[in-house]
Design a binder for this molecule. Structure first.
Ligand code: GDP
Length: 602
């Protein structure tokens, strides 16, 4: 209620709005808006733009509570400190917030028992399910424990789903990390822990397979402590619950631990507020059309609502819960399978409810137009330089790094010297440090958490580099420790030199090797993708390993010298300092570019 005794109505406003438009939205005469502004010491005419804060003050005086439009919040959340859905809940009137069930995602190394655990929990506890009823796999389900609900995201657990796991951690309130007691902490355990850490989501460890004779609980606890998950019985803050998913043992304890952790957090939403949530999965069914599972995160979704998710939209014709039962409404933390969207939205995409289908079409058009203008900017790598820029602007408080090194002996001093660099407000946050080459998983983690990957005496193969480019992730490789720490320090202090970046131009396959006396061997090659440029450099790859690197000394098409040669054509290539070509070698053509840095910010 506002001070005039009328109930407060919610509206959404853009970052700036003209007085004329604001008057329309709050249904008053523009003159009244101008009068209110004058009373607050602001002189403005009808076509003048005012900012959101000013508009919100005027709106409040007229009995409206204004929130910033989702698109605006999306722009702000570039650096993803807090997921958008959380920001929206935070922007709700706090007196309207009520508790909602915690949303839990189960992560862990392959074969450690995620699927078995999800099935065991579902079969023993599924809420509201009739005995013997067939459960519907919709990507999420709810169970009841002690009269309270818990929502589980049922994300696939294979390595290929790293991207989904990254999003899963962002959409969840609690992560249950499954670790097999006979196998211990493995690469994907560490990676999952890093995802949860990056998303600031608390972790409960389910120490699984304790029924196995070779289960070694103490050893695994020790390993967990080593990766920063110190068990609570050792005075740490990670709850470790021993379970056997197969024998359905310890599940009650696990549910209790989840509710305990949830009780220590503010897991709330406004069931009457802005209706938003996340697409869990979506597919097309030949008989039923598009079927999408939506997790409602705020507000209450109802049949008949017009939903928009990415570029798909539609009026909801029917909704089903995870047991396949038809429902008309779904409140916060409920997963529902819906029918009525015109197209398949992407998993992980946010959805919201809009006024009408006309409104939905207009929004999608506006989105695709702004997408076209910002496309070039959105996927640019986040470089150390840009991170510093963000520091300055106060957008990020920490420099997130993923460290890969050749051996443990170099990893440890790197990590400890980088940690020492944290200073004042700016912290170095090492999300993940491990030995081994840079992998696609590292890139996914960096992309999901806006981190920079630092490699020491390791490599990134071309698939990884391509992925990093597509995901906008910066990879920096070093072979001298002090150069590495110096660069990070410079980045923190904002004195970084322009980064030299390698750009891959194309690849060619060696089909024949010709020997020309006095010149040496020429690689008769076929350009398989991109192009080969005369003034660029070549890396010779054999079975994935680099066997030579050098500038191109000659590039010919038939007998003619050429400046470049495109995909689908044959050419003869000679490389300075290397001529031991073999049939089947891959020639990777690359150029070195200097990243353009705005010196003014330093
Ligand atoms: P996921 O890859 O993490 O989803 O692992 P799965 O759930 O598919 O389990 C991998 C294997 O471990 C399967 O053969 C399961 O039967 C087995 N498994 C899972 N949990 C347990 C457990 O608590 N005890 C024993 N002995 N085996 C288990």
């Amino acid at each position: 209620m506002n001070n005039t005794g009328q109930s407060v109505k919610s509206i959404y406003l853009p970052a700036t709005i003209t007085i004329r438009d604001l008057a329309k939205v709050i249904d008053v005469s523009p003159i009244d808006v101008i009068k209110k502004l004058m009373a607050n010491g602001v002189m403005a005419n009808i076509n003048q733009q005012i900012d959101f804060d000013t508009a919100a003050i005027v709106a409040a005086e007229m009995g409206y509570e204004a929130s910033l439009e989702i698109e605006e919040l999306e722009k702000k959340q570039d650096f993803g400190e807090i997921p958008l859905w959380r920001q929206i809940i935070l922007s709700e009137d706090s007196s309207q917030l009520t508790n909602r069930p915690p949303v839990v995602t189960i992560l862990g190394h392959v074969d450690h028992g995620k699927t078995t655990l999800l099935d065991a929990i579902r079969n023993t506890n599924v809420a509201g399910e009739e005995a013997g009823g067939i459960t519907q796999h919709i990507g999420a389900y709810q169970i009841e424990h002690d009269g309270r609900l818990i929502t589980f995201l049922d994300t696939p657990g294979h390595a290929a789903f790293t991207a989904m796991r990254a999003r899963g951690a962002q959409g969840a309130d609690v992560v249950v990390l499954v670790v097999a007691a006979d196998d211990g902490v493995m690469p994907q355990t560490k990676e999952a822990a890093a995802h949860a850490k990056a998303a600031h989501v608390p972790i409960i460890v389910a120490l699984n397979k304790i029924d196995k004779p070779n289960a070694d609980v103490d050893r695994v606890k020790q390993q967990l402590a080593e990766i920063g998950l110190v068990p609570d019985e050792w005075d740490g803050d990670t709850i470790v619950v021993p379970i056997s998913a197969k024998q359905k043992k310890g599940l009650e304890d696990l549910m209790e631990a989840i509710l305990l952790v949830a009780d220590n957090m503010d897991i709330k939403a406004n069931p009457h507020g802005k209706i938003i949530g996340t697409v869990i999965e979506a597919r097309i069914d030949r008989a039923k059309g598009v079927q999408a599972t939506l997790l409602v995160q705020n507000g209450t979704l109802e049949v008949g609502d017009v939903v928009i998710a990415g570029t798909s939209y539609g009026k909801l014709k029917a909704m089903f819960d995870h047991t396949g039962k038809k429902v008309r409404k779904a409140g916060p933390s409920s997963p529902v399978s819906v029918m009525g969207l015109n197209d398949v939205p992407h998993a992980g995409e946010m959805f919201e409810v809009v006024e009408s289908e006309k409104d939905a079409r207009a929004r999608i058009l506006a989105r695709s137009q702004s997408q076209q203008t910002t496309d070039a900017g959105t996927k640019k790598p986040i470089t150390l330089e840009q991170l510093f820029d963000r520091f300055q602007a106060g957008d990020v408080r920490e420099l997130r790094l993923i460290i890969k090194a050749d051996v443990q002996g170099s990893l440890e001093p790197i990590v400890s010297s980088l940690k020492e660099l944290s200073e004042g407000d700016i912290a170095v946050n090492i999300l993940h440090a491990e030995t081994g080459n840079i992998s696609e998983n590292d890139v996914m983690l960096a992309s999901a958490s806006n981190a920079v990957i630092i490699g020491f005496n390791v490599q990134a193969d071309s698939a990884v580099k391509h992925m990093a480019e597509a995901e906008g992730v910066s990879i920096r490789l070093y072979d001298i420790i002090y150069r590495l720490t110096e660069d990070v320090e410079k980045a923190l202090k904002g004195m970084l030199e322009p980064e030299e970046k390698e750009v891959i131009l194309g690849h060619a396959e060696v089909r024949a090797v010709f020997h020309i006396s006095k010149v040496g061997n020429i690689a008769g090659s076929y350009v398989t993708d991109g192009e080969i440029r005369r003034n660029a450099r070549i890396r010779v790859l054999r079975k994935g390993e680099t066997v030579g690197v050098g500038a191109i000394s000659s590039l010919k098409h038939l007998t003619e010298d050429v400046r470049e040669i495109k995909q689908g054509y044959e050419c003869g290539i000679a490389v300075k300092g290397f001529d031991a070509f073999e049939k089947g070698d891959i020639l990777e053509c690359f150029a070195i570019e200097k990243a353009i840095v705005n010196k003014d910010i330093f």
